[in-house]
Design a protein around this ligand. Structure first.
Ligand code: COA
Length: 179
């Protein structure tokens, strides 16, 4: 478990499926993600199963819980995906699925915990990420935690009836150390 001031990151449990189904079937949430088909219980069960088997060494996923007094509440998830043992690289992903918890700094704190884990525990050299050009909150988060904008995939993503640019980000271990 990774503990911050207002949030903690914990391992995924099978019982989290109900949260994942709620978050990943919410059109307001998934408008910002690559997901576009309804998320099924079977698909989530399979993904969770794979986290403990075929993806065990290439995919780390945490549930984000907000600390509220003596209790905690799951509000989203984040992870490092496609961890590459040769290049020491991975892809970053984050979703606060509980919309009432957007814009309160929890995403930024969770991202910092996760990136620190990637560099300090997984010995990563580089973490990549991406966001749609209209996702201003996510773009702000990436810049706040130290990602650099590295380019744009023009009209790479079709969402809500039109094509959007995908903004590419990256952060290197030395840049993180310097922050
Ligand atoms: C993107 C996401 C993870 C950010 O987490 P969060 O907890 O809501 O964000 P934070 O509060 O930590 O930071 C958001 C920042 O964006 C800023 N922001 C919000 N709306 C903005 C807008 N329209 N334009 C510019 N900045 C904006 C906030 O002011 C804040 O910056 P500040 O701390 O300097 O004031 C979360 O909102 C989320 O999960 N959204 C839906 C799914 C998603 O977009 N995932 C990322 C896919 S790349």
């Amino acid at each position: 478990m990774l503990k911050g001031k207002s949030v903690l990151l914990r391992q995924v449990k099978r019982s989290d499926i109900s949260y994942f189904l709620k978050w990943f079937n919410d059109s307001e949430v998934i408008q910002y993600l690559c997901l576009y088909l309804p998320m099924t219980e079977m698909a989530e069960e399979k993904y969770i199963e794979e986290l403990g088997t075929t993806r065990a060494k290439s995919d780390v996923r945490f549930v984000i819980e907000v600390v509220e007094g003596a209790s905690t509440k799951p509000i989203g998830n984040c992870g490092l995906h496609e961890i590459n043992a040769k290049d020491h690289s991975a892809n970053f992903g984050i979703v606060i699925g509980e919309k009432d918890y957007w814009n309160k700094g929890y995403g930024t704190e969770a991202a910092r915990l996760l990136i620190n884990y990637g560099f300090q525990q997984l010995n990563l050299h580089r973490i990549s990420s991406a966001a749609f050009d209209f996702n201003e909150r996510s773009i702000k988060l990436h810049k706040k935690v130290g990602f650099r904008e590295e380019g744009r995939l023009r009209e790479a993503m079709f969402k809500n009836g039109q094509y959007h640019d995908e903004v590419q980000f990256g952060i290197l271990r030395e840049e993180w150390r310097g922050l």
